[in-house]
Write a protein that binds this ligand. Structure first.
Ligand code: URA
Length: 437
């Protein structure tokens, strides 16, 4: 099978066989297929797409390129959760302990932030002492003791994706539904889970900017899960403004602690999305039989403090200083703060998640390149959300700053990131669709 013929076949829009797809991925991992051939192939996929069957075969080939974690010795149904990435999206830090507090088993491998999106590992590491670079055996031990563990992805998982993603990043081939779906699902499936809950973000701060694209990605991933024998549900949630009010690593950890402490109003956007996602995890795990029952269990876990206790156990197991759970304000103790104030009376009509995410990254909360060092304390705290009334001079958001040299660019972005209009607008709905098998 010559690689050039397979590239030509895909370029002409024909469906590849399972054998052909496996030979491309095997060949690429073994070095028989060159980077430039793989780049040409992926560009052909960007233009001509893949059928569900091809995408499932691509996922399967990528999944088998490395180690597949076996968590079958852990008790209960293991349910993993994945977000396609957003701003102020600190759901994992709320949901993982909350689901464990309700009797679920959560053994999760997470990623670091890149560009404008935050990463769970960086947020966890904002607590001094936390070490997330653990082995799968460490994860297993922690889950046996506490029911929950979140660590960095094991180095041997899906090597095909590591090579392909690095190439996609520099060849303009990131944005393709079959490539995104196979990249995400191969990693989730390799991490040894029994069921998968996907949070597909849609909006200006997400990979998928339209609901149509988000639905297609969600259907593709749910279809792959079904094809490969894992129960999968996808929830499509809004990313036209940051999800949580806090953006930045320590700030987001503080926000998660706030939700778990029951200190937020029930209309809080982060709280609403966390309860929805966690309730589907309880359903997938067979712990609750109805959504209403799941929501009741989750609210009880918050009110009783059991959810927060699980987070404390997780932080302790990862070597972190748990005193920060009692005084999380210390996580964003920066040299100075700056309030961005409204210049007129009105209503917040627009809040650009992408610009706010990039501004927070500019302040030092994120990285442009993998090796960049981040500042865990800096970021942005939103005081107003879309639909809120505001009076002239009132704070719309507060910036937490350590390095003044980073401020000018962040301020330019912030200036263009929100709008105050004269007429009231309805807050956007947070949940757009739920895709099940
Ligand atoms: N996240 C992934 O893991 N892979 C993609 O291709 C895009 C987002």
């Amino acid at each position: 099978m010559r690689m050039v013929d397979l590239i030509l076949k895909k370029r002409a829009g024909f469906e590849l066989t399972s054998e052909e797809i496996h030979s491309i991925i095997d060949g690429y991992c073994k070095g028989a297929v060159e980077d430039y051939q793989m780049a040409a192939f992926m560009m052909a996929v960007c233009f001509t797409g893949m059928t569900y069957g091809e995408t499932a075969q691509l996922t399967d080939a990528m999944l088998h390129s490395g180690e597949i974690v076996d968590l079958s010795d852990l008790p209960g149904v293991k349910v993993d959760k994945h977000s396609t990435g957003g701003v102020g999206d600190t759901t994992t830090l709320v949901i993982a302990p909350l689901v464990a507090a309700c009797g679920g088993t959560v053994a999760k491998m997470s990623g670091r932030g890149l560009g404008h999106t935050g990463g769970t590992l960086d947020k966890l590491e904002s607590i001094p002492g936390v070490n997330v670079e653990r082995s799968v055996d460490d994860m297993r031990d922690i889950v046996k003791r506490t029911g929950v563990c979140v660590i960095g992805q094991s180095g041997n998982l899906v090597p095909a994706d590591k090579k392909m993603y690095a190439l996609r990043d520099v060849t303009g081939t990131v944005k393709s539904i079959p490539l995104i779906a196979s990249s995400i699902m191969s990693k989730k499936l390799a991490a040894g889970t029994d069921a998968i809950l996907l949070d597909v973000k849609v909006g200006n701060g997400a990979f998928m900017e339209t609901l149509e694209e988000a639905r297609e990605l969600a259907h593709t991933m749910v279809g792959i899960g079904k094809h490969l024998g894992k129960r999968t549900v996808a929830v499509i949630t809004d990313m036209n403004q940051p999800l949580g009010a806090a953006i930045g690593n320590g700030l987001e950890m503080w926000d998660a602690i706030r939700v778990l402490s029951g200190k937020v109003q029930k209309r809080d956007l982060l709280y609403e999305v966390c309860i929805l996602l966690a309730s589907y995890m309880l359903l997938l795990g067979g712990i609750a039989q109805t959504k209403e029952q799941a929501e009741k269990m989750l609210n009880e876990a918050i009110e009783s403090g059991r959810g927060l206790m699980k987070l404390r156990e997780l932080i302790e197991a990862l070597g972190g200083d748990t005193s920060y759970i009692d005084s999380p304000e210390r996580l964003f103790n920066t040299r100075r703060t700056l309030d961005i104030c409204a210049d007129k009376d009105g209503y917040i009509t627009h809040m650009d998640a992408l610009k706010i995410g990039v501004a927070s990254s500019e302040l030092g909360a994120g990285r442009e390149k993998k090796r960049d060092k981040i500042d865990p304390a800096v970021g942005i705290l939103l005081k107003k959300r879309i639909g809120d009334a505001v009076v002239s001079g009132e704070s719309v958001m507060t910036l937490y700053i350590n390095d003044e040299s980073r401020l000018t660019e962040a301020l330019e972005l912030i200036d263009a990131a929100y709008n105050i209009g004269a007429e009231p607008v309805a807050p956007p709905s947070m949940v757009h669709d739920i895709i099940t098998e």
